[in-house]
Structure formats: C-alpha cells, structure tokens
Design a protein around this ligand. Structure first.
Ligand SMILES: [Zn+2]
Length: 239
C-alpha cells in the first residue's frame, strides 16, 4: 500500500520514500514506493511525471498509473531503466508546473459542473485543455455565457477544500456523485469530497488548487456533440 501524500496535500512537490516493488515489462519498469506525491491517472486526470532521485542517479518517471488495487501507485520508467534495490531510499519529485496546471484545470472542471446544470457523462483533464461531457441539449449550451460565468467564479476567489465522509453518508446523498464515469469505488470506507462552498460539492479524489483565483483566466474553446448523451465542452487557459 502506498501512502498517498497528494490526497492530504496536493501542493507537496516531493517526498522521501522507499522502493517496495519493481516490476519489469517490455513497455516499462514500474516502481512502487511506500509513499508518493505522484497522482496516478484516474478520474479523467492525467498521471504525473517527474523524477525519482537516489544517490547519484536520476530516474525519469514518464507516467503514473494505479496498481491492481487502488491503494498502489506505479511509477513508470523507461524499459531500460535500472532502479536501485528494493528497500532503497529515493526522493520522488514531481514536474510541478505540469501538475499545477492539472490542479488548475481540474478545479475549473468543478466550476464547469456548477455552470452547466446537467449530468456529467465523461471528462478529461490535461495540462493545456480539458473537457467535460454533459447529457444535455446542444441548444442549452451557450459558449459565451459559460465562459463569462466560469471567469466570474474564478475571479470570485472561492476556497476549494477537500473533506472526508464515510460511505454511509455518501449512500444517503447520491447526488454527491456527479460524474457517473468516476464514481468512487464501492466498499471504500471513506470517500473524499471537494467542496467549493456555495458553488460545488462532489465526491472527488483528484488534485485541486486551494482557491479558484489560482486557476487564472480560461476560455471555452469548443462545444460539440460527441453523441446523444455526450455534449462536450472544452476549456483552455486564456493566452
Ligand atoms: Zn476534483
């Protein structure tokens, strides 16, 4: 089991850890640590990149994925990488600028959920642009109005704060699972919520900024139909 440092503090850029497992395949060398700041690809958010430092070597992490069970995080290295032995200490260090863009974009997607009143059917969060898919009529999606409202909420400097509830409380409040495709795994004892008071409250295990102002100005770059129940709204950082 990996201690998920990013769950408690998304702003930690590095942490001390020990190697607990190394798995080799043709495509990569997967390193499991006892603790990590690296967010594994999930909930539509891309996996982190960065480096693992040990003595004089620096190992490039090209992607991060969940292990077979969600408590394990696999740091993917190039297939010819030669990590130190199990038990060795390393420093896990993020590509911070990329991750911070993910945090800004991810928090912006929570605002988009609040602006577009419709069920979310999918989404993707990346460093330059992100999208959510909504089950809604195209006619109800007004590009200019959505962009204006998003930027108002960003400039409104709303706090975004994670908190935990138990699974019974979530079961009693099913509206907290807004994004059908990223529903929290059944049977988890605790579920993490992200609360932007008065704006949005929903179950989410991703990484977010602490205040909406940190997102910076955004623009709605495209709205298009991706199917009957998928109307895609794509947002980018304003130039
Ligand atoms: Zn989130």
């Amino acid at each position: 089991m990996t201690q998920l440092v990013f769950r408690d503090d998304a702003y930690e850029r590095s942490c001390d850890a020990r190697i607990v497992a190394v798995r080799r395949s043709e495509a990569s060398v997967a390193v499991e640590l006892d603790a990590t700041v690296f967010y594994p690809m999930s909930g539509g958010q891309a996996g982190d990149t960065g480096v693992l430092r040990a003595n004089n070597i620096e190992l490039r992490v090209t992607d991060t994925r969940k292990g077979e069970d969600s408590d394990r995080v696999l740091h993917l290295l190039a297939p010819d990488a030669d990590p130190p032995a199990i038990g060795s200490p390393v420093i896990a260090e993020l590509d911070w600028e990329r991750r911070h863009r993910h945090m800004r974009m991810h928090t912006c997607m929570h605002l988009l959920c609040a602006v577009v009143a419709a069920p979310v059917t999918g989404g993707r969060i990346a460093k330059d642009k992100s999208h959510l898919d909504f089950d809604i009529d195209m006619a109800k999606l007004d590009k200019e109005a959505i962009e204006k409202r998003l930027n108002e909420l960003i400039e409104g400097a709303h706090a975004a704060t994670p908190r935990w509830i138990d699974s019974a409380e979530l079961a009693a409040n099913p509206q907290l699972v807004k994004t059908m495709s990223v529903a929290p795994p059944l049977g988890e004892r605790r579920v993490r919520l992200l609360e932007i008071p008065g704006v949005d409250l929903q179950a989410c295990g991703g990484t977010h900024v602490a205040n909406t102002r940190e997102i910076g100005r955004v623009q709605v770059v495209r709205i298009r139909s991706e199917g009957k129940r998928n109307k895609r709204v794509t947002v980018a950082f304003a130039p």
